[in-house]
Design a protein around this ligand. Structure first.
Ligand SMILES: [Zn+2]
Length: 499
């Protein structure tokens, strides 16, 4: 169901001023009206969700995709939206997109993005308690419903008056039609006419994706002089194409590595006679053991967080390729397949709002049980999984809590980075954002929210964890069998474990 959050600016201000989470969440009159409008729609919204789920709309089912679009257009028109179906050129071979615009001149111009198509189709709507099943429920007819119902509630409260809002429901998100620039033209135009864009894909509560790496491909061709192998490394024979390819790839491996950049040679063929089918990602090679090989082809990908990072990587790779071994030459070509979306301050601000919202929920859940919640650990995939398993009754009632403090900070460069800067372990771009803004809301602290928990004077190793553990123990005293163990990952810049 759609949830309504307080306006970002006010909530942020409340957090920055060190108000308790409860204070930050008192609603003003328009917000009360929004909440009432959402509550009043609960049953009708479920009916609408069922209607869209029961319309089969796999990407290749163009008529079905269009029918889902018609239903959403029907819902948006009474909210003051002009809606139109945008056909894509025949060569793209997809159903097209629904574009809805509400015109206005106040504030930021907003773009909301959903998609009409699903990967599978054929499973009808079914409700079991708080769970709903059916093709495309989570990806992403539920998200589409959030868009429509949020707009309906905002409309009912008068908050949409004179606001510019564009909604684009694409018809081929799961299997985009090519060429992408043609297939995505309507979305690109809507983006250019907007200040803020929010996608509603993937309904994981409390999670917002604020950055995404782009993808590129590269193709390397190495040529050398073919000759008898007994003459290799001589001035007029050179080093051969395979040694040159190995030199290039190993320098990539050693010299290119940096945060958020990955590159992977995926296929290589080399010898005296080579065929290579780029589109099919396959090739053949022949080379006798006594012949210096003259031809190598390599293909691979490149993932990057910004266009600048892509350009810089291309420049470095080109320079490495150009430094040829004797009597060899090589050329590399790049193609950007998918642009990067680097996190911006605006994106991080969205995350800070979500942080504060979830922090308040966690405080509520933890009341009477825990003294302190490091809610940032929720980003960790294994903790998310554990939470789901507890919620589903797989592991019974937890009787023991482990307290760990990990105080690595970008403010202290001498400290090594910890897991929350590590994408592979659940941190990375998402993990490092706005931690210090939300923690005071969790603790209900007053004072400077940027300041981490103050160290107790004279506290030794494990001081933080000891304090936290004591607070937690006090809170759970009297609950039989509940133990809390403390551990401090960091002390005076020395990492002793973890990370
Ligand atoms: Zn999707």
């Amino acid at each position: 169901m759609p949830t309504v959050t307080p306006p970002p600016a006010r909530l942020l201000l409340a957090v920055l001023l060190g108000c308790t989470a409860a204070q930050a969440f008192s609603l003003d009159a328009p917000e009360e009206r929004i909440v009432r409008a959402v509550d009043a729609r609960q049953a009708a919204a479920l009916d609408l969700l069922a209607e869209t789920i029961n319309l089969e709309s796999a990407t290749e089912n163009h008529a079905g995709v269009r029918r889902v679009g018609d239903v959403l257009a029907r819902e948006l028109m009474p909210l003051g939206f002009e809606t139109r179906w945008v056909d894509v050129p025949a060569e793209v071979g997809r159903a097209g997109h629904l574009v809805a615009v509400r015109r206005g001149s106040r504030g930021k111009r907003l773009l909301l993005i959903g998609h009409l198509d699903t990967v599978l189709q054929g499973e009808p709507f079914r409700r079991d308690g708080n769970r709903i099943y059916g093709s495309g429920t989570e990806d992403m007819k539920g998200g589409n419903l959030v868009i429509v119902e949020a707009l309906r509630a905002l409309h009912a409260s008068g908050a949409l008056e004179d606001r510019q809002v564009t909604v684009v429901f694409t018809g081929d998100e799961e299997d985009p039609g090519a060429p992408h620039l043609l297939g995505r033209q309507a979305l690109i135009e809507a983006g250019e006419a907007s200040d803020v864009a929010l996608g509603f894909e993937g309904g994981v509560p409390g999670v917002a994706v604020i950055g995404r790496r782009g993808i590129g491909t590269w193709r390397l061709e190495v040529t050398a002089q073919q000759a008898h192998s007994s003459g290799i490394f001589r001035e007029n024979r050179g080093d051969g194409a395979i040694f040159e390819a190995v030199r290039i790839l190993d320098r990539f491996r050693v010299e290119l590595r940096e945060p958020n950049l990955t590159f992977n040679p995926s296929v290589i063929v080399g010898g005296t006679d080579v065929t290579f089918d780029e589109a099919g990602h396959r090739g053949t090679a022949h080379g006798k053991t006594n012949v210096i090989p003259r031809d190598v082809r390599v293909m691979g990908d490149l993932r990057f967080l910004s266009g600048a990072q892509f350009e810089a990587a291309c420049d470095k790779m080109t320079a490495i390729v150009a430094a040829s071994l004797p009597v060899t030459s090589a050329a590399i070509r790049f193609q950007q397949e998918y642009p990067a979306m680097a996190p911006t301050d605006g994106n991080r601000a969205v995350l800070a709002v979500l942080d504060a919202v979830e922090a308040e929920e966690l405080v509520h859940l933890a009341r009477g049980r825990l003294a302190l919640v490091n809610h940032q650990l929720r980003w960790s995939p294994e903790r998310r999984r554990m939470r789901d398993m507890i919620a589903e009754g797989f592991v019974g009632t937890p009787r023991s809590a482990r307290v760990e403090l990990c105080l690595g900070s970008r403010a202290h460069l001498e400290r090594r980075w910890s897991w929350w800067h590590d994408e592979a372990r659940g941190g990375g771009v998402l993990g490092g954002c706005r931690f210090h803004h939300s923690r005071p809301a969790v603790r209900g602290e007053r004072g400077n929210p940027r300041r981490a928990r103050p160290r107790r004077p004279g506290a030794g190793p494990d001081g933080h964890a000891g304090d936290a553990g004591r607070e937690a123990s006090d809170a759970v005293r009297g609950q039989p069998g509940f133990r809390v163990r403390g551990h401090d990952d960091w002390y005076d810049g020395q990492e002793r474990r973890g990370a």
